[in-house]
Design a binder for this molecule. Sequence first.
Ligand SMILES: Nc1nc2c(ncn2[C@@H]2O[C@H](COP(=O)(O)OP(=O)(O)OP(=O)(O)O)[C@@H](O)[C@H]2O)c(=O)[nH]1
Ligand SMILES: [Mg+2]
Length: 260
Amino acid sequence: MGGGGGVLAALASVLVLALAGLAGWFLLQRHSAAIQQTNLGAAAARKSRAVVIAGRMGAGKTALWCHLRFPETSATQAVPRTQTSMAVNASEARVAGARVHLVDVPGHQKYRADRDAQLAAASAVVFVVDSVDAARDVRPAAEALYDVLASGGLQDRECPVLVLCNKQDDSRAASNERVRAALEAEIDTLRASRQQALDSLGAAAHDDADRASDFLGFEGKAFSFEDLATPVQFNEASMALGRSAGGLEMVEQWIADALQ
Ligand SMILES: Nc1nc2c(ncn2[C@@H]2O[C@H](COP(=O)(O)OP(=O)(O)OP(=O)(O)O)[C@@H](O)[C@H]2O)c(=O)[nH]1
Ligand SMILES: [Mg+2]
């Protein structure tokens, strides 16, 4: 009787060990599949060599796209004649010797989903700001920049971002430093109000919405671009002043460096 009990106990422990082994193997498979998927996402974004030009309506995105895409004509021409974009503008181009896929996304709200889809595959992002508008009211630009920085897994991929303070040929334009400081302060306010809105939705909704909006920076600390995973650089530019005076050569070099 005692011997039978021993055999049963031995069988039971073998069974438990086998089940534990099987569970461990299963978890390991899932984990490595997840790692593979993350790497594939990052690799796809790198391989795309996509440079996405984002920003609000009228900031100068299409003007920048034209300068980068057609450097030989932009050398002599002033600000390219453009109209509000009604579709994503994409083309292969050579920028400072680097082969890039240059994407200009319309600023209108109805192209939000297109913008986010393009950002998900971006290797670098140029965010164009109308510095004349920003001198008057920076809030709309801050909202757009917040959405861009929190979208498309940019933070996870540490995708470099260049904020281009455009229209510096206009005497009313705010400087690089002023735009940066104003955006930083406004994003701090926005972050607080978005967080408050999430809190009022309750704990369950909070989790999902929180993940979707990707809290930027550190809680309990004023927002700073320095705290982001994405390196954010600010520069002045003018699509009206031509290649060197307008800062285009600097933009080209930044793009080539970002894709290395
Ligand atoms: N003065 C001045 N005007 C500019 C500059 N860059 C663009 N513009 C003008 O600003 C207007 C808008 O430029 P676009 O390049 O079409 O703006 P966009 O960002 O593509 O706008 P959407 O397509 O509506 O999202 C045009 O009239 C341009 O000529 C600049 O550096 N200085
Ligand atoms: Mg446009």
